[in-house]
Design a protein around this ligand. Structure first.
Ligand SMILES: [Zn+2]
Length: 447
């Protein structure tokens, strides 16, 4: 980045291929002009002489990526819970580890995840916390500069859940209310509280209904895990006599502010119901593969009319938090299950951008390159050895681009990555601290 004059709030991305993800999926050759943190012109632009310039020639300029399901509190658990099915993964490893954090390990876990996510082009995320300490996660997000929608994982019941991961229904809701009040008022304007019961096996009806009531009254997102694994589905049926999506709907979880992560087990009828309700879904292909949960049927979901975002889930079930890997897996799995290109590259890219923004309730502000929106923008190198020749820019992004191609990441026009380097986090310090904190965490959890 070079400044022509001392300071300007005008930023001029010159000469790129603009993949807009706008309603017409336009791809343009030209410039992007940013002023006051918003996109003010695309294509042919007139910048002032004092504008800061980013050279975007031989680059692809796209909307900031939206990671619509991630657990920053779990990043330190990477590699500590490999090769287990969902319920054993939870009870044998994740719950003991989630019961053992302290403030230092939570901050380190969040920073490690944020360094990976932001470095790969993520500008917005939907984060699921643990029961305690979510202030630290929000604080780490604010300092890193990312846009975050998230909240504590509400839990008040469930077999095998450690005592320290349970609170009374009332305490769950009170603490969440405090978090919502505190962080929605953060002056950055980049935090939105989300109401997140973990899943129906660890939440009472009163807790889910209480969360829904509060989400409805404040206009917040309501998010939970559902229809993930066959073993989980059986456990839900054994306990409640119905599937989790039906149960959640009975308790009131439906509509465009509501989203479910995974949806691997959904039947055609359930998909149609979600579409009628406007309830949204977040697919996490790598996590579903690693835990052996199965493959979400993206083509059927999209044909049914369900909006679907993309998520990496947590580091202990992935083990990366890489949006490019998730896009590639989503596209390739759809080709395997429904035929080559059944869910084409431009649809997959929308999942990682504008459709994800819709899940977060932010589609009017981010997720596409459109004049008037916030300047959440990513610039990637187009011609790496692994991506040349870059015949079609959209296919290049989905099938060939890697996190290492990301050169610039802007949130409201502020550079979080500049010339390939993180500006708000020091990766060497983050990794050093993560190694130290992960060892401590592991000792405390007895894993
Ligand atoms: Zn999850």
């Amino acid at each position: 980045m070079s400044g022509r004059a001392a300071r300007s709030d005008e930023l001029w991305l010159r000469g790129g291929t603009l993949v807009t993800c706008d309603p017409r999926d336009r791809v343009l050759e030209g410039d992007v002009l940013i002023r006051g943190g918003r996109l003010v012109a695309l294509g042919r632009v007139r910048a002032s002489r004092s504008a800061q310039v980013i050279d975007a020639r031989d680059r692809i300029v796209l909307p900031g990526l939206v990671m619509a399901h991630v657990h920053l509190c779990q990043t330190l658990m990477r590699g500590m819970a490999d090769d287990l099915p969902l319920l054993a993964w939870l009870s044998q490893r994740i719950w003991p580890l989630e019961a053992a954090p302290d403030e230092a390990s939570l901050r380190s876990s969040a920073e490690l995840g944020l360094a990976e996510l932001i470095g790969a082009g993520t500008t917005s995320l939907l984060d699921l916390g643990t029961l305690h300490g979510h202030d630290v996660i929000f604080d780490a997000c604010v300092r890193a500069g990312v846009r975050v929608c998230g909240g504590k994982s509400l839990m008040d019941t469930g077999a095998g859940v450690p005592k320290t991961l349970r609170e009374s229904t009332r305490d769950n809701l009170r603490d969440a209310e405090r978090l919502e009040r505190t962080w929605n008022a953060h002056p950055s304007g980049r935090v939105r509280y989300a109401w997140i019961p973990r899943f129906v096996l660890s939440c009472s009806e009163a807790l889910v209904r209480g969360a829904l009531e509060r989400a409805t009254s404040s206009g917040a997102v309501f998010h939970t895990h559902a229809a993930e694994h066959a073993g989980e589905r059986k456990a839900v049926r054994d306990r409640f006599g119905v599937d989790d999506v039906a149960l959640l709907r009975r308790w009131g979880a439906r509509g465009p502010r509501v989203s479910f992560a995974h949806g691997v087990q959904l039947t055609a009828r359930e998909m149609a119901q979600l579409a009628r309700d406007g309830t949204q879904l977040v697919s996490c292909p790598s996590a579903n593969l690693k835990l052996g949960s199965g493959v979400a049927r993206l083509l059927a979901l999209q044909r049914a009319g369900v909006n679907v975002g993309l998520g990496a889930d947590g580091a202990p079930c992935n083990n990366n938090l890489d949006p490019w890997t998730e896009m590639r897996h989503a596209a390739l799995l759809a080709s395997m299950t429904s035929g080559p290109g059944a869910v084409p590259a431009h649809r997959v890219l929308r999942m990682a951008t504008i459709d994800g923004a819709r899940v977060l309730g932010l589609a009017d502000e981010t997720g596409s390159l459109e004049v008037g929106k916030l300047a959440d923008v990513v610039v990637v190198r187009r011609h790496g050895v692994h991506s040349t020749p870059a015949v079609d820019p959209v296919a290049t992004l989905v099938y060939a681009t890697q996190a290492r191609d990301v050169e610039h990441v802007l949130v409201s026009g502020r550079a979080l990555v500049a010339a390939g380097a993180l500006t708000t986090l020091d990766p060497e310090r983050v990794v050093r601290e993560a190694r130290r904190q992960a060892a401590r965490l592991r000792r405390r959890a007895g894993i």
